[in-house]
Design a protein around this ligand. Structure first.
Ligand SMILES: *Cc1c(COP(=O)(O)O)cnc(C)c1O
Length: 371
């Protein structure tokens, strides 16, 4: 038996829509599913515009290109995130400026942002980690006060809400990922949402080889080929039709783990008053008073057929960034060493959830006996 951390759940019209593309011959980036997917996605997020792209990393790259963030401009973001958030800033020769985490939500500590703002700062990039929304009001205030763009990396929080507003509809511009382990998937894929028409028009040109709308082979700017195909959009549209079902299931999984792993040494994912958490990856943090380390717990679980993941390594500890980043971020470092993503697939059964909880309890007990 093997219980995966995550797996695609293709339970709806995926096959039908993909067959439709195959039968019509519209497999590349022209075809009606692209615009259908974009339209439905914008409606769901409640933003004016949405445009597809090839993955969540290119979504971030396009976002920064559209905002004209470049040479030595600074972007403030959490150190505890997936590497693409920071790399997308380097792609434009701009500078990521890291912020430590909150101990309970694991998101960027919004109280520590202002200290990082300089006259080179152009934007704040929030990342709603593992599904919990960032506390946006203080961030919105800072953006207003210092005239900064607000970017939401929403790759892990499709379906989450901050004070009844969908994450990905609150900042100036937001990016999403449809990688195989994300809440909805197109294999590889991404989306950008915004209410700003000028930004979306700019992105549509940049993602499409910088092609001028008036002349196919005229290129005013250096563009990229960051398009999503009709085949992938067909998958995406079918997946989006089941988003409520997926989010409900993720929340059921969260409740199950919370109710069945009431153990002193384990801190659970939270849901703050301002939050509706879509629990992309249900996660726990091993506290100091527990006598087992993250890697030992993960190894034990692996042997029992339970796949897990550790939290991300903080960006400032990766060689790419550590060479010029000397600052320490103790909370992010601590979380990285003690956080574990548990199996969170929408296809997981109650028996499997039971099994995972039993194994965790058993491993902790066994470690206690050893002492
Ligand atoms: C998955 C993810 C991305 C990148 O998405 P890809 O589609 O894999 O390129 C970016 N940011 C965060 C926070 C992610 O989790």
């Amino acid at each position: 038996m093997k219980i995966p951390v995550s797996e695609p759940d293709l339970c709806g019209n995926e096959k039908k829509y993909v067959m439709d593309c195959l039968e019509a011959g519209w497999v590349s980036s022209a075809g009606s599913y692209v615009s259908k997917f974009e339209k439905k996605f914008a409606e769901y997020i409640n933003s004016k515009y949405a445009t597809t792209c090839s993955n969540g990393t290119t979504a971030l790259h396009l976002t920064l290109l559209a905002l004209d963030i470049k040479n030595k401009d600074e972007v403030v973001l959490p150190t505890l995130t997936f590497v693409s958030s920071a790399n997308s800033i380097l792609y434009n020769n701009a500078m990521p400026v890291f912020v430590d985490s909150e101990i309970d939500t694991w998101n960027m500590d919004v109280k520590k942002i202002e200290d990082k703002i300089t006259d080179k700062t152009k934007a704040i990039m929030v990342v709603h980690l593992y599904g919990h929304p960032v506390d946006m009001d203080p961030v919105l205030e800072l953006c207003k006060k210092y005239d900064l763009y607000l970017i939401e990396d929403t790759a892990e929080a499709l379906g989450s809400e901050y004070k009844k507003r969908k994450t990905g509809s609150i900042g100036d511009i937001s990016s999403f990922s449809f990688y195989g382990n994300k809440t909805i998937t197109t294999g590889e894929g991404g989306m950008i949402t915004t209410d700003d028409k000028e930004l979306i028009e700019k992105i549509n040109i940049i993602k499409n080889q910088g092609k001028s709308p008036a002349d196919r082979y005229w290129h005013d700017t250096v563009g990229y080929n960051y398009r999503l195909t009709n085949l992938q959009s067909a998958l995406g549209l079918a997946q989006l039709e089941n988003i409520d079902k997926f989010v409900n299931k993720k929340r059921e999984i969260a409740k199950y783990y919370r109710d069945n792993l009431e153990i002193k040494g384990i801190a659970h994912a939270v849901e703050k008053d301002y939050a509706f958490n879509s629990y992309w990856m249900y996660s726990i943090v091993l506290k100091n008073n527990i006598n087992i380390k993250q890697d030992e717990m993960m190894k034990h679980l692996e042997r029992q057929g339970v796949e897990t993941r550790g939290f991300f390594h903080p960006m400032h500890t990766l060689p790419i960034y550590s060479s010029y980043y000397k600052e320490k971020f103790p909370i992010a470092e601590k979380l990285a060493k003690s956080g574990i993503n548990l199996p969170s697939s929408t296809k997981i059964t109650d028996d499997q959830l039971d099994y995972v909880c039993d194994k965790i309890k058993y491993i902790i007990k066994k470690e206690e006996w050893k002492k």
